[in-house]
Design a protein around this ligand. Structure first.
Ligand code: NDP
Length: 305
């Protein structure tokens, strides 16, 4: 199992693919082809020509998939993955029988199940395998990979996933990885919003947010968000762009939907989805997820610094 294709060289996809390029004969594809050309030219020095243990840039998804055992997608949403299936240059035309599509998109469970069913008809396996750990985790090759699908398929692709993943978990049937990822990110969103509201209230009442954060981080209200994201990104006003707010909005929406489908009372999830939808609308497509804090600050009339 050595021929791998990677589709989607975005903020997290590119560092994941970099690890694969070191170990596998890798073909890369990206919607904006120049990114794939640049990637291929800096990995093993090849661009258009396929070479043994080289990285190639492929013109179409079907070129990228041809003769590949494992094809990995990492796109914004399941919708984009599904849209790559059809047509003469699509995934279904390009994938060979017995291949496995591993979708590292933070996807939605229902679309993943639909994609899996269509691929199964073509003799191709499917695993939803969203990742957690951020761009820095991807760069270090230490992502958590949450997988849904057949255990047998997962064991086949596990060595490939180990190139960029440290903790690789079989979560259940197709869609289970997506569902867990969405709930994880909904928790992240709750922490960001709640921490921002609390610190904005303290700042407005005259308390130094630095002192407040120092106390909270030694107390029971602390979280990864308060311990890392706020000091590194909010207090510093750096707000680096590593994970788009648009994508977190999508994830919280998926989590809220999972709860709605189960008909359970989920007022906090639904409210968080609404807040992040508003923040995304206000701050735009390119804002980072932590920049949601800016909307809380605007409403409060106080900066957290
Ligand atoms: P980016 O927005 O940085 O990149 C998106 C990628 O998808 C690009 O390669 C883009 O191509 C491609 N793309 C966009 N639209 C289409 C389309 N219609 N057809 C084909 N390709 C398309 O996203 P990320 O890399 O940050 O995220 C990718 C996935 O990983 C998302 O599901 C996200 O939620 C998840 N994720 C991201 C993390 C992060 O820290 N960034 C952490 C964990 C999960 P082009 O270059 O042409 O724009």
């Amino acid at each position: 199992m050595s021929r791998v294709a990677f589709l989607g060289l975005g903020a997290i996809g590119a560092p994941m693919a970099r690890h694969l390029a070191r170990k596998y004969d890798l073909a890369v594809w990206n919607r904006t082809a120049s990114r794939a050309v640049a990637f291929a030219s800096t990995h093993h020095g090849t661009t258009h020509a396929r070479t043994h243990h080289g990285t190639t840039h492929e013109r179409t998804t079907a070129d990228a998939d041809a003769m590949r055992d494992v094809v990995i997608t990492c796109l914004p949403t399941s919708r984009e993955v599904e849209s790559l299936l059809d047509g003469a240059n699509g995934l279904i035309a390009g994938l060979q029988k017995g291949a496995i599509l591993v979708d590292c998109t933070s996807g939605d469970p229902a679309t993943s199940r639909r994609i899996a069913a269509r691929l199964a008809d073509a003799g191709v396996g499917f695993i939803d395998a969203p990742v957690s750990g951020g761009v820095s985790g991807a760069e270090k090759g230490e992502l958590t990979v949450m997988c849904g699908g057949s255990a047998k398929h997962l064991e086949t692709v596990r060595p490939v996933l180990e190139s960029f993943g440290k903790k690789i978990v079989h979560c259940g049937d197709v869609g289970a990885g997506d569902a867990i990822k969405a709930v994880n990110n909904a928790l992240l969103a709750v922490h960001i919003w709640a921490t921002a509201e609390g610190l904005a209230a303290l700042a407005k009442s005259g308390v130094d947010p630095k002192i407040a954060l120092d106390v909270i981080n030694a107390s029971s209200g602390r979280s990864n968000t308060s311990m890392n994201l706020f000091p590194e990104r909010v207090m510093s006003r750096a707000f680096p762009r590593t994970f788009r707010l648009a994508l977190l909005d999508k994830d919280v929406g998926i989590a809220a939907n999972v709860a709605r489908e189960q008909k359970i009372a989920s007022p906090l999830l639904q409210l968080t989805a609404e807040l992040f939808r508003l923040a995304h609308g206000e701050l735009g497509e390119e804002a980072d997820h932590v920049e949601a804090v800016r909307l809380v600050e605007k409403w409060a009339g106080a900066e957290i610094r």
